[in-house]
Design a binder for this molecule. Sequence first.
Ligand code: GAL
Length: 423
Amino acid sequence: MKMIFKMLKRGVNVGLLVILVMLLSYSSMAFAVGQVEIFSWWTGGGEEEGLNAIYEVFKSEYPDVEIINATVAGGAGTNAKAVLKTRMIGGNPPDSFQVHGGMELTDTYVVTGKMESLTAHLKEWGIYDKFPADIMEICSYEGEVYSIPVNVHRGNVLFINKEILDKVGISSVPGNWPEFIETLKKIKAAGYVPLSLGDKNKWTATHLFETILLSTMGPYNYNGLWNGRVNFSYQGVKDALDILLELMDYVNDDHAALTWQDATLMVFEGKAAFNVMGDWAEGYLKTLGWTPGKEFNWMTVPGTKGAFMIVTDTFGLPKGTPNRENALKWLKIVASVEGQDAFNPIKGSIPARLDADKSLYDIYLTWSMNDFATNALCPSIIHGSAAPEGFTTALNDALNIFIAEKDISATLNSIQNAAKDYL
Ligand code: GAL
C-alpha cells in the first residue's frame, strides 16, 4: 500500500498502477491455494509419527496448501467413525478421510452415494495397475475405485517380549492353542502377565476374537462367512469362543481400563510376555525405541500360519468437499510411492504400492510383505473390511458382554442373530 501511495505522489500513471494491482492480486491467487482438511484417528503411538511423515511429503510437493489435521483420538476409529458419520450426514464432509477398504467404505458411504469415484484419476496419474488386485477389489464397488489404499496392516500377529521368554526359559512359542496355553501357564507361574489386553475401547477384544476365529475356521471357511458359503452355526465359531474364554485367565486384570497402546506398553515395559495386535503395534514399539528382532519377536497368532488378516487404511474423496482440488493433490500423495514409503516404515504397515522401495522396510515388515504375497488373504471384521457396520457393532457388543458374563450359548445366539440381520 505504502509503495502505491508513494508512486501516486510521484505522479506515476494511474493506468499503470491499475495494471500493477491486478498483477499482484493475480499472482497471490496463483500462489495462495488454500487448505485441505484430512480426517483420521491417528493421534499417537506410531500413528501420528507416520501421518506426519506423509504430511511432510505433501508439504514439500505443495508448500502453499495448508493441511488441517482433523484427528479424533481413539484406536481403530472408536470415536472418529461416529464424528465422521455425523459430518457426512450433515453435509459437512472433510476434504478426505481415513476409511478401511471394504464394507466400511462401500456399505456405509459408497452405496449411499456419498463418494466420488477415483478410477479416472488413478488412470490419469498412470498408477491404476500399481496396486494388488485383492486390495483394489475391496476399495471398489461395481467396477469403480472409491478409495486409495495407503497401506496393508496385518491383524493376526502375536508380539513377544524376548527377555521375558529368556527368563522363563521358553525357547520357542507353540503355533497351536493347547500348547500355547501351556506356555501361558508357565509364564503366569513365573509372575508375568502372559497376554496383555486393553479393551477399554472394546474393539481389541473383538480383534483378539477374530484372529482366534481365523484359526478355528481356517482361512477358506472364515472367508466363507462373508459370502454366504458358511454360516455362524459352524463349530469353529463356538470353538473360538471357548478359546477366548480360556485366554481370559491369562490376561491382565485391569484390561477393561486400558487402551491398545497401554497393552502394547506392557510388553515394552517387561510386564507382559505377549500381545495380540495388528502391526501398528510394531510401529508403536519402534517409536518407543525397540528394534524388531532385538527386543521383540513376533509370529502369527496360533493356528493362523499361512493366513494374513488384512487391515487396509485408505483415503477417499467425499462428494461436495470444500477443497476438492487440494483433496485430489492429497490423494495423489497417498497413492504415490514417495508418500507410501515415508508413511509405512514408521506406521508398521506394508505399502499398498507394488513398486515401493522394499529396501526401506525392516525385518518385520519384510516378513509381512512376503506373507502378504503368498498367504491366504482374509479380511478383518473389526477393522471394517469383512462385514457391514451393523454386524460388526453387534459382534463387538456381544463379545464385550461375553467377557463379563462368560455365557457361550447366549453369545452364540447373539452372533447368529446379528448374522441373520446384517449379512
Ligand atoms: C486400525 C487402523 C490402523 C491403526 C489401528 C489402531 O483400525 O487400520 O491404522 O490405526 O486401527 O488405531
